[in-house]
Design a protein around this ligand. Sequence first.
Ligand code: ASP
Ligand code: MG
Length: 431
Amino acid sequence: MSLIVQKFGGSSVSDAEGVKRVARRIVETKARGNDVVVVVSAMGDTTDDLLDLAHEVSSDRGSSRELDMLLTAGERISMAVLAMAVHELGAPAQSFTGSQAGMITDGIHGAARLVEVQPHRIRESLAAGNIAIVAGFQGMNRQTRDITTMGRGGSDTTAVAMAAALNADYCEIYSDVDGVFTADPRIVSSAHKLNEVSSEEMLEMAANGAKILHLRCVEYARRFNLKLHVRSSFSDLEGTWVIPSATDADSAELMKEIPLEQPLISGVAHDRSQAKITVVGVPDVPGYAAKIFGSLNDAHVNLDMIVQNVSTKSAERTHISFTLPQDQGGTALAVLRRVQQEIGFEDIEYDDSIGKLSLVGAGMKSNPGVSFQFFEALSEAGVNIDMISTSEIRISVVTRADLLDAAVRAVHTAFGLDSDDEATVYGGTGR
Ligand code: ASP
Ligand code: MG
């Protein structure tokens, strides 16, 4: 008998029909003799609708405490409705809020991190023969005794944390696409599904814009050596296995199959949510970058790519550019304007019409031809490059936002990732 954690995203439970479909799948999994824990997201666009509602009654969306109280209601609705649909099929099920399920977090509303997972009640419920259904994306802080949320898309992390704490055999993440694709199938219709991907590559893809999995869930799964199966709730097709670095015998067995088939490249990720700031005319002497990034760090701005121009000898000044999430742009600009005088740089430029494209593949480490082929594809597509950054298994560039789709397609084709079949997107949100 296996213990399986199944997580269903909002698109899988967007209406009563969807809830019933999910209920059937859960009951079938249980009927095959497995213990089943289910983690569920809010139905359809509920979270966005609740955010809009908060906006309508409050200019700053109320306090973060109340916003978390509001948003967690979305997942509570799904868990209860899903339990009812399971009962209707004659199977026993119990639903639990995050705090009932023992998801203990720090006190940061809207971006809480897990500090402990104590699923006593889930174990009891399973032992009593139930399917346990847990509300995703939420937890409780012990000090404040308040309810918290773990950031948008956080239900993936709830599922993986639950699976790790219960020592589950694996964790299935269900959405409305068949798995992890070589590119977003909404942009590249010839993208194909990967059968397996290493957690390192998945981390790079998630960190660089692939929305299929929450970044923290991939980190968590890797840390706890947990296998993830990313698949669609609209079909019975096998999805994509995300395999952690082989340290246990089981994953080692799975990994063995990879090297021979290991393609050079696993996919092209893109991100439209970033902006670029250029700090112009920074004195080119030691200590100035530290001052600039120190002030941004104090304001909790998340930086991504950072580039410093070579300064010309005569000017003795340089430009420093970096990217950051668009929604932190205002904060970053305010911080920089405040310290401009004191640090003594000349100007600040802000650009939020950028797009970022990343090519990810463990095979590129040992293949120097990859970067040439990559830049050649971009040049043939007439895409100008603003910034470049690399890791051992990734090359990223910043381009103009309006050229991003064309750039993704060009790179996808250049690396032979196109398939003849058209990728299926069942619901449309990819969650
Ligand atoms: N319902 C939350 C959101 O839309 C959490 C999740 O879906 O994972 O972000
Ligand atoms: Mg959602």
